[in-house]
Design a protein around this ligand. Sequence first.
Ligand code: ADP
Ligand code: MG
Length: 214
Amino acid sequence: MLTVDHVSLTYPDGQDVLTVLKDVTFEVPSGLTAVVGPSGTGKSTLLRVIAGLQIADQGTVCVGEYCIDSSKHDAGTAQSIYVPQDFQLVPFLSAAENLQLAAEMRGRNVNDPEILLKIVGLQGLAKRVPEELSGGQQQRLALARALTVQARVLLPDEPTGSLDSETSQGIAALLREIAHSDQRCVIVATHDSALVDVADSVLSIQSGKVQKIR
Ligand code: ADP
Ligand code: MG
């Protein structure tokens, strides 16, 4: 469903350049995929490139027939949505309003926020602002926000990074369910065995190269 083809990306590093992705090519089917690798190896960069938030120096990212071609410097029809590690929820908006805002920003509307909140296990909490939600609940809301735009590829960045192990297992199960219920592609950057254990496939990133290890 997702194809990453000959993608390279460097960052300026003083007088030098730092190569983070080195002619990376891989495919990801629908389901839950974990991207693992030590801190600083480029997991977040890879997810942002897939989401079209960063344009690679070279290469193409395609979701079905929709492609981001780095040579055109245009993320035009990105079909993927990045879920940042720190959620980036709007602090003064309620859970329902956070969903509505995200939908409106992509020209959509949320008819019934309660339906989305129920999918992520937040039923009855529509009126709470983010600080009235636990870390796990905020992560669930960030995932619901991603579901408002009906993207085919969801890219949660270290979604269990700041959660205890029991809460992490709940999020891992939810991510699997989201991936499987609608044939989506959910690709998580993670260090967490709770997520790696339930992933359908695992990619490792090291020294600019991405390898399928499961
Ligand atoms: P990970 O998510 O695996 O920890 P990142 O994708 O955040 O890795 O970063 C990969 C490497 O690129 C790191 O060495 C980081 O310092 C560097 N890096 C990330 N973003 C930038 C940037 N905007 N400018 C320069 N270097 C960056
Ligand atoms: Mg990261």
